[in-house]
Design a protein around this ligand. Structure first.
Ligand SMILES: [Zn+2]
Ligand SMILES: [Zn+2]
Length: 257
């Protein structure tokens, strides 16, 4: 199908939201195109985006497993492309939270920890302002919040991956199943292998039992941490990989903070 105004509308909606819930995306495509062949429509949009060095990627929320479509650049340079409208104080807060998520053993930062951080920042930020800012970060999918804990949001995982690689090389972990970098994971008590919760769930569904993909230690009986998350998950397993596009030659200039 020729790229038309329907494609444009889909792209604009994704750009507007930053990260679009796949269910909403399906709804939108069904309304505009009269079918739900999202792979075809996104493929047509991505073909149009190639010369602009942009792409729509698929990514799962690490906590819920929900699939999102994220519009992002195919050229990530060494400096994070944080949104220019953030203040210096907000950026400082955000970078500290990322740091806490990456270096903690549990893949999250508590909201109390985040708000207490305000007083130790070089730039002034009131707790009320910080709270409002964090709320906005969650709405725009830079962070994910559950039960007073902040996790890495889907946009951060897609758009700031190069920044995380450069900043936290030795602290970054990879999922044994999908080989992608992960921030929040199920860790095997026996061999300490890390797995995305949603990857493990897919793996368990195909095998009919819940065991470590590495050492085959049974994870179900010993799992206290993510039972609530597992039961809340509903994953479309065919779409769980991130579409990889390599575009190594160009560098986009970005603001340095
Ligand atoms: Zn994975
Ligand atoms: Zn294991």
């Amino acid at each position: 199908m020729v790229y038309g105004k329907e494609h444009k509308k889909v792209l604009q909606s994704i750009m507007h939201e930053g990260a679009m819930d796949e269910n909403r995306g399906k709804e939108l495509i069904s309304k505009l195109f009269g079918h739900t062949n999202t792979v075809q429509v996104l493929g047509e949009i991505n073909a149009k985006l190639v010369p602009l060095h942009m792409i729509i990627k698929h990514i799962n929320c690490e906590v819920t497993g929900q699939l999102y479509w994220v519009w992002t650049s195919t050229m990530q340079d060494k400096v994070a492309s944080f949104h220019p409208e953030f203040s210096q104080a907000e950026l400082a807060l955000l970078r500290n939270i990322f740091s806490e998520i990456v270096t903690s053993n549990n893949g999250h930062a508590s909201s109390t920890w985040c708000l207490n951080l305000c007083s130790s920042l070089n730039q002034k930020l009131t707790k009320a302002n910080a709270q409002e800012f964090l709320h906005e970060m969650v709405n725009r999918k830079w962070l994910f919040c559950k039960d007073g804990k902040y996790y890495m949001g889907v946009r951060s995982i897609v758009e700031l991956l190069q920044y995380f690689k450069d900043t936290y090389q030795e602290n970054l972990q990879t999922c044994i199943l999908c080989k992608q970098i992960l921030f929040y994971a199920k860790k095997c008590d026996q061999c300490h292998t890390m797995t995305h919760v949603y990857c493990l769930k897919n793996y368990a569904m195909t095998r009919g039992n819940s065991e470590c993909p590495n050492c085959h230690y049974s994870l179900s009986q010993h799992d206290h941490s993510s039972n609530d998350i597992n039961s809340a998950m509903d994953i479309d397993k065919s779409d769980s990989e991130i579409d990889e596009v390599t575009e190594p030659s160009h560098k986009r200039s970005k603001r340095r903070h």
